[in-house]
Design a protein around this ligand. Structure first.
Ligand code: FEO
Length: 403
């Protein structure tokens, strides 16, 4: 297991893991995720963030520490920026191995140390602006960034090196392998990470975009030379890329890109026939779109594109006098993940009397959407329906272009 020097006295160790789901819901079996921890060696040694207890994550980190002559017993301070168990699942075993190590987190973080791990001794609560002197010039500062991702979250700042240890902020899905720094990856690899950054943001942080913007504002006073998140690439060369990317992601909560995300379901092809007509209209206006069929495709990917887009096209049939159930789940997640401020068209076929429209319109009430009038039809769309649907597609596209 390699260890990655950020400087002569700061090291990144990471575990690549690929459980089926992140947070038990977001699929990462293909992409995996990196759990990054950072060692700072002054006169005292600090470890910033830990790992989960997924598969062999902790073994990977312990093995990396060993390669620079460190064991868990050598860690004087364990700094927990954030208590979600992807960064702390190993804490119970760590504490058993090294009970003298002082655990540092925010007041709310310490409360979770107690409730999640039953540890109540050797803990120190810090608040915004507090510092910890490790010696040899490393005076760490702690800045609270509540709700990026949980209320207790903070970042750790080492002014001497200019490294910002940002935990979930600036993170991404995707395994790192034997490289961690941005200048070590190809353009193709960066393109893949960019997609996984957006998906990570939409799945994990989209509900908290106003808090992300507050955190970004706070970071402006720091002369950052390296962004060191606890998931994904460590940015030491083109760090403005990830800072700008997060600023853009946060802004999508107010206004998305001039593109449309199509989310559709169809039981027997009747809704699909109407959808094809709307898409013809969108294409005539030249607006880019992505397309996702539900439930074939996981909602994690739907969220990423939907969060990014200014426009949504939702096609679903009526099912038992209500919304098609997999699409009802998508709409519910849109609400939970604050997929707000979109221009939206919903269409769909019904058999007898419909019902999806009524349930849908109630469900989207909190979403602050600019909704075009829904279009529904009985059975297979007639020629007049297809012409009307095509015009609906043009109308949606024109509004998105003008947004
Ligand atoms: Fe990476 Fe919110 O935990």
């Amino acid at each position: 297991m390699k260890i990655f020097p950020v400087s002569q006295s700061i090291f990144c160790v990471h575990a690549d893991v690929d459980p089926t789901f992140f947070e038990g819901i977001w699929p990462i079996r293909e992409s995996g995720v990196s759990l990054n921890c950072f060692v700072i060696r002054g006169e005292k040694t600090a470890l910033i963030d830990l790992t989960s207890d997924w598969t062999d994550a902790s073994r990977q980190v312990v093995s990396a520490l060993t390669s620079i002559g460190l064991s868990l017993k050598d860690i004087d301070f364990l700094i927990l920026n954030h208590l979600e168990p992807d960064h702390t699942g190993f804490l119970r075993k760590f504490h058993r191995e090294n009970p003298k190590c002082e655990i540092i987190s925010t007041v709310k973080g310490i409360s979770l140390v107690k409730s999640f791990y039953s540890i109540s001794k050797g803990i120190r609560a810090v608040k915004d602006g507090d510092t910890l002197d490790l010696g040899k010039g490393h005076i760490l500062s702690f800045f609270e960034i509540p709700n990026v991702h949980w209320p207790e979250t903070m970042v750790t700042w080492d002014a001497a090196s200019g490294v910002l240890f940002s935990c979930d902020a600036f993170g991404s899905f995707g395994k790192l392998g034997d490289r961690v720094f941005d200048d070590e990856f190809t353009e193709t690899e960066h393109a893949a990470f960019e997609k996984e950054s957006l998906r990570y943001y939409a799945d994990i942080l989209s509900s908290f975009s106003p808090f992300v913007e507050k955190a970004l504002e706070k970071f402006k006073s720091l002369d950052i030379k390296c962004v060191a998140p606890s998931h994904g690439v460590v940015w030491r060369k083109n760090l403005q890329v990830i800072i700008d990317r997060y600023a853009k992601y946060a802004s999508y909560a107010r206004a998305g890109e001039k593109e449309i995300t199509v989310v559709w379901s169809s039981m027997y092809g009747n809704t699909k026939a109407g959808l094809d007509a709307v898409i013809r209209g969108i294409e005539q206006e030249g607006v880019p779109y992505s397309i996702h069929r539900v439930p074939d495709e996981d909602v994690s990917y739907v969220l990423a594109d939907a969060y990014k887009s200014a426009g949504l096209l939702i096609a679903m049939p009526t099912y038992e006098y209500a919304m098609f159930p997999p699409m009802a789940y998508v709409i519910d997640l849109f609400r939970r993940k604050h997929i707000f401020n979109k221009t939206v068209l919903r269409i769909g076929s019904f058999g007898w009397v419909g019902g999806a429209k009524k349930e849908y319109e109630t469900a989207i009430t909190p979403l602050k959407w600019n909704s075009l009038e829904s279009y529904e039809w009985a059975g297979f769309p007639a020629e007049t329906d297809l012409l009307a649907l095509e015009e609906k597609g043009r109308e949606l596209a024109r509004i998105v272009l003008g947004s």
